[in-house]
Design a protein around this ligand. Structure first.
Ligand code: HEM
Length: 420
């Protein structure tokens, strides 16, 4: 089948999926439309239509109000996604101003453009990581997950998916803070940085309060942070003259990775489970892998589930200057919304994109970015998600008691599951 025809078939299925979901939704026209477009399946269907008809869709206004931008351009084809992320000098990360509000002024490398400061900080952070660091983290995760599942039901985030990353932050990163407060504060800061599309003042207030608590906890943890912790190693490197780890640098780098670690892993775990529960056949295959203790086989199902239901459907960048993408001219200041969700379903890049096929080549998965700003937790995510979820997915008759509930935020605080 030609590429055009593949895209056409996907778009037709997309339209019919959108129509059916719209009819199933409740409320008036606006409420139905919002419900459809907020769901991952609605987004996949809408993106399929755009990939065929308007692969570079200009929007009159920047929908990411928390970061300045003049209009926006939504990109849905894989080639454009990769081009924008690769051409990072022309399409810049935007997070710097909000990141500095959380650190008290110092930049953190996710908010920086490439250059001497970015390389200094990322190199220094790489040097304090040791090859076998993950072994105790994974042992903890497996033990905690088994303990959390002793009964016949679990509330996933507080008992497991947020708790285990929080324990990792305490024991491996070296930040001593009460677990529930740490989860709440990391999530409030993540919300402020990445998901506060409406720039709501309450989100800012909560994030600044959280940052004050977490920065104080990092400072208070310094005297006790041992050599097994990233904080302890950063402090030692700072004493030895590492400029990335002067006192402000220690705080900025540790708070940066802490924010990235907890809500991401927790929500990704919930999304993967939610997607598998929608697919009884794939869930049964994931369960067989989990029952036999095969973390690698289980992981293949998790990455495929997250392809359908990823943590972030788009990465956003701002055009630093006027640029062109193919035959499209992009004005300086345009907010460019590069859809990784759409790229993972692009008929030009992914064979049979609509089928759930565990074990696709890893380069299909754009789950946590790529290129310069590829997720710093890449190795952690690949190892920790299957380790955390294996005992749960091995349970027979796994089912949701209630859907994920963020209590008004985009991050699940509760997701109650039960099994036989
Ligand atoms: C499944 C869980 C995770 C997901 C889905 C995820 C997602 C992402 C994405 C999409 C980016 C790129 C953002 C961009 O290019 O605009 C990113 C970068 C980053 N992530 Fe993650 N992340 C996860 C877990 C983690 C963990 C566990 C950590 C810390 C240990 C972490 C720390 C970071 C940092 C520091 C960056 C910035 C890297 C740089 O600028 O060089 N993330 N993540």
């Amino acid at each position: 089948m030609s590429l055009f025809l593949k895209r056409f078939v996907s778009a037709v299925e997309g339209v019919s999926g959108l129509g059916a979901a719209f009819l199933r939704a409740r409320g008036g026209f606006g409420a139905r439309l919002a419900a459809v477009l907020q769901s991952a399946s609605g987004q996949r269907n809408a993106l399929a239509v755009l990939r065929l008809g308007r692969p570079r869709l200009a929007l009159p206004a920047n929908p990411v109000k928390c970061y300045a931008g003049e209009g926006a351009l939504l990109l849905t084809r894989a080639r454009d996604f990769h081009a924008v992320i690769e051409r990072q000098a022309e399409f810049e990360v935007v997070y710097g101003p909000r990141m500095r509000m959380l650190t008290g002024g110092r930049d953190f490398f996710l908010g920086m453009q490439d250059g001497a400061a970015y390389r200094r900080d990322t190199d220094a952070m790489r040097r304090i990581v040791r090859p076998d660091d993950l072994l105790p983290v994974l042992a903890m995760a497996r033990a905690e997950a088994a303990a959390a599942l002793a009964g016949t039901g679990v509330d996933l985030p507080p008992a497991l998916s947020a708790r285990i990353p929080a324990l990792m932050v305490q024991r491996y990163f070296g930040v001593a803070m009460e677990t529930d407060q740490l989860i709440a504060d990391a999530t409030a800061m993540f919300h402020f940085l990445f998901s506060d599309l409406d720039a709501a003042p309450a989100v800012t207030d909560r994030a600044l309060e959280a940052a004050a608590r977490v920065n104080a906890a990092i400072d208070a943890s310094i005297p006790h942070a041992g050599p097994e912790t990233l904080l302890g190693r950063a402090v030692e490197a700072g004493k030895a003259g590492e400029a990335a780890f002067d006192p402000d640098g220690i705080r900025a780098n540790i708070i940066g990775i802490l924010i990235g670690a907890i809500p991401t892993l927790s929500k990704a775990a919930c999304l993967a489970v939610e997607e598998l529960l929608r697919r009884p056949g794939d869930l049964a295959r994931a369960r067989a892998a989990a029952e036999s203790g095969d973390e690698a086989a289980l992981a293949a199902h998790l990455w495929e589930a997250l392809r359908f239901n990823p943590l972030n459907p788009i990465l956003y960048r701002r055009a630093a200057r006027a640029a062109t993408l193919g035959d499209t001219e992009i004005a300086a200041g345009t907010m460019v919304l590069a859809s990784n969700l759409s790229a993972m379903f692009d008929e030009a890049a992914v064979p049979k994109p609509w089928r759930f096929i565990a074990g696709r080549p890893w380069n299909v998965y754009l789950l946590w970015g790529e290129g310069l700003h590829l997720c710093w937790g890449d190795r952690i995510n690949k190892a920790l998600l299957p380790a955390m979820l294996l005992p749960l997915l091995a349970r027979p008759g796994l089912r949701a008691v209630s859907p994920p509930d963020g209590e008004g935020t985009p991050f699940p605080r509760h997701y109650r599951l039960a099994w036989d």
